[in-house]
Design a protein around this ligand. Structure first.
Ligand code: HEC
Length: 125
């Protein structure tokens, strides 16, 4: 009797749990689930842990650089352009440049005097 009531209460909760997670991740690799993630999983875990990928972040240029570096020095095979695009789109979307990774700019009062600053012209940059 009470078991049935309990199940009635718990079942909806269990069904709702996956919706509560902010970013769904692949339990096996930790990759965030999104367009292209399976291509990345298939291509990028052949030699090393997915963690090496998920712990990195960067712009598209940085990811291209890392891929070229692996191709030139680590034996990563040439990727067909569509595959590479899929991978880069995914990486930039999910492991893109970190917000706030750079410190805020110094206030003008803490900057050295700019020797190139011109009086005329108006721009104070
Ligand atoms: C052919 C093997 C191979 C494949 C496939 C491969 N990598 Fe790598 N990768 C390496 C090796 C070797 C290293 C260096 C590991 C180390 O330093 O311990 C590395 C290092 C890295 C690093 C760390 C770079 C750094 O700056 O420290 C990242 C990020 C990375 N790989 C991402 C990827 C991504 C994304 C893919 C899929 C496109 C991929 N790897 C596929 C071999 C590979």
């Amino acid at each position: 009797m009470s078991g049935r009531i309990l199940r009635r209460l718990l079942l909806p909760l269990v069904l709702l749990l996956p919706l509560g997670a902010s970013a769904e991740t692949d339990p096996e690799t930790g990759f965030e689930i999104g367009p292209g993630w399976e291509t990345v999983k298939n291509t990028c875990t052949a030699c090393h842990s997915a963690k090496l990928v998920t712990q990195n972040s960067g712009s598209r240029n940085r990811w291209v650089y890392i891929i070229r570096w692996m191709q030139e020095t680590q034996g990563l095979w040439p990727l067909p352009p569509e595959t590479e695009d899929t991978i880069l789109d995914y990486l930039v979307e999910h492991y893109g440049p970190k917000e706030g990774a750079r410190r805020a700019p110094l206030p003008p009062t803490m900057m050295p005097k700019n020797p190139y600053k011109q009086e005329a012209g108006g721009s104070s940059g």
